[in-house]
Design a protein around this ligand. Sequence first.
Ligand code: KIV
Length: 287
Amino acid sequence: MSVESVDRKLATANPASGTGSKITLNSLKTMRQENRPIAMLTCYDFPTAKILAACGVSILLVGDSAATTVLGENSTIHATMDFMILLTRAVRRGAPDVFVMGDMPFGSYATEEAAVANGKRFMAEAGVDCVKLECDLRHESIVRAMSMAGIPVCAHLGLLPQRAVQQGGYRYQGRTEQESDRLVRESAAMVEAGAQMLLLEAVPDRVSRRIVETVPCLVMGCGAGPSCHGHVLVLHDMLGYSETVPRFVERFGTVPAAVAEAARAYVRAVELREYPQARHGYGVKES
Ligand code: KIV
């Protein structure tokens, strides 16, 4: 499918818009009320945003996972605000009607002032509909300050990749009753502080169900079981780029194989002098 043809389909393809109108927090809430699961994916560039929008993805998360998926770093902590803004602007241009969520990078919300300033940058410079930050109970005042400043917040709870060292590695959370109770408390506290959406990463479905039953807002899951209102995967994991993936990831495609096939065909055509041909060239006008 060409980017132009998916573009033409954009107006009707998205289940959250239906009419080609902008997906908002309200339309996502309506999906929740109508018990329609919400599909969310990470996205980091303009052409992919166009395709994903036309395929019915309701929320595009410009995740700090870009540091690993796009830059090849070994941790998300290498993403910076400027890098995230640049990518998010591209995604917004590619998917003007989709709900776009910007991921606050490591260190960008260490204080209330920094969080508000950087959240505003995401809104004003990249046009996001919401920002996401990795939270625990200590972030209550930060979420409150952002919410008071008019910045819609998604609180990311559970496995927090930016705190992988503090959390003892990339381990699933909510393993014990004590940990589960803490996650339920954190969820309630973030919503009370003004978070308008939660994202639970790598927690048992039993815990997600308790949270979904406790809070009034949308609860998205990333390896958090079927009870969540919607689900997110890292695009590169589900397209087959990542060599190792968490157990909750399902590979829905093998894009690297398609890229390799095209690249091999190109190299062969160049080597055999089959490309370029006369039709690819420019002429010179007779004077
Ligand atoms: O950055 C990211 O891709 C994320 C997802 C794992 C939810 O935060």
